[in-house]
Ligand binder design. Structure first.
Ligand code: MRU
Length: 348
């Protein structure tokens, strides 16, 4: 399996997703501020990977606090978590992981500082290893929906790189392939940052899964031609009613899928579901740097001074989603009911 994130000698190590597929480089972070920068500049990206990185960032923050009184430690540690939480606004897993880190702190707050730090490192490592386990379960659940010789379209990168390993949407594809199903994957290039062309294509090539790269604007034509049997995407945040924020372009795919009777699946761990948000309108959408749109691989493609709108995500209303694949099982409509029921069964 591709090593995307790890914790080594009290340091957080991330594969640098900015330079893939040209180079396989790793960056090492020794402070929580370095991890925040890595999340902001997309060295580490993808909702579950951001959650794991946030856990490691909080652990690094605690490690560097040293000997403090319990009250001071708590105050500083919570302030660090709040700062990490600002790194990116849309992926639910970021706040979810930090809530876990704070809960663990509260359980050990009266221990000596060294023991508190050890417990926080342990919690961050658990978030990491549980994410891989969750993806394997989710992948197995989703593989039931995949038929022999299916042609599957995916958008952005919801693979090992976007998680601690194995992936969500790509986890379903990996699992189905592991069961001996012959599949073909159509990969949307995913403008403006090209997570599909650079990252998903890289992963599929490494795993020897057959794929074809297309530009985002080709997807509708392929559906019309009957070339797509299913669409599977990941998620950055899912509201209590099933509305799903994911990489910009996901909504257009879902609308096209409905028109062409193509099942549209979202694959995500429960940590991506935000039951505190009733519907998609309340999901914060990140606006990113205009240069992502006006420059491709460092070269300007638009006249100087061109105005740009660059939302990194869109929201797909729940009624376009055929099912939500989670580690708890496959959730169906009405999602308000299925999410609530599954949420009650999840350990918090
Ligand atoms: O801006 P990114 O690359 O972090 O956006 C990532 C996505 O939209 C993914 O599809 C989503 O996080 C799911 S990853 C399993």
């Amino acid at each position: 399996m591709i090593k995307t994130i790890s914790w080594k000698n009290n340091k957080a190590v991330f594969i640098d997703q900015r330079v893939l597929p040209a180079a396989e480089k790793y960056i090492t972070c020794t402070s929580y501020k370095q991890v925040i920068a890595a999340i902001k500049n997309l060295t580490v990206r993808g909702a579950p990977a951001i959650g794991v990185a946030a856990g490691f960032a909080a652990a690094l923050g605690a490690l560097n606090l040293g000997e403090l009184t319990p009250d001071k430690f708590r105050q500083k540690f919570f302030a660090i978590c709040d700062e990490i939480n600002q790194a990116r606004p849309t992926a639910r897993n970021l706040a979810w992981a930090l809530e876990r880190m704070k809960r663990r702190f509260t359980l050990v707050r009266n221990f000596p500082p060294l023991k508190i730090t050890a417990a926080l490192i342990d919690e961050a490592k658990r978030i990491y290893s549980e994410d891989i386990e969750t993806n394997r379960k989710l992948g197995k659940n989703g593989a039931r929906l995949i038929a022999q010789r299916d042609n599957i379209l995916t958008h952005c990168n919801a693979g090992a790189l976007a998680t601690a390993g194995y992936g969500t949407a790509l986890g379903v594809i990996r699992s189905a392939k592991g069961q001996g199903k012959k599949l073909h994957v159509y990969v949307d290039e995913t403008r403006p940052v090209l997570q599909g062309a650079r990252l998903t294509a890289w992963e599929l090539k490494k795993e020897k899964i057959s794929f074809t790269l297309i530009t985002d604007n080709m997807a509708g034509f392929l559906m019309r031609q009957g070339k797509i049997d299913k669409i599977i995407v990941g998620a950055d945040r899912i509201a209590a009613n099933g509305d799903t924020a994911n990489k910009i372009g996901t909504y257009s795919l879902a609308v096209l899928a409905k028109e062409h009777n193509v099942p549209f699946y979202v694959a995500a761990p429960f940590s991506t579901i935000d039951v505190s948000i009733k519907s998609g309108e309340k999901i914060p959408i990140e606006q990113r740097n205009p240069l992502e749109v006006t420059r491709v691989q460092g070269r300007n493609i638009a006249p100087k001074g061109t105005k740009v709108y660059n939302p990194a995500f869109d929201v797909t209303p729940a009624n376009y989603i055929t099912a939500i694949i989670t580690e708890q099982g496959i959730l169906k409509k009405p999602y308000t009911v299925s999410i609530k029921r599954a949420h009650q069964g999840v350990k918090h």
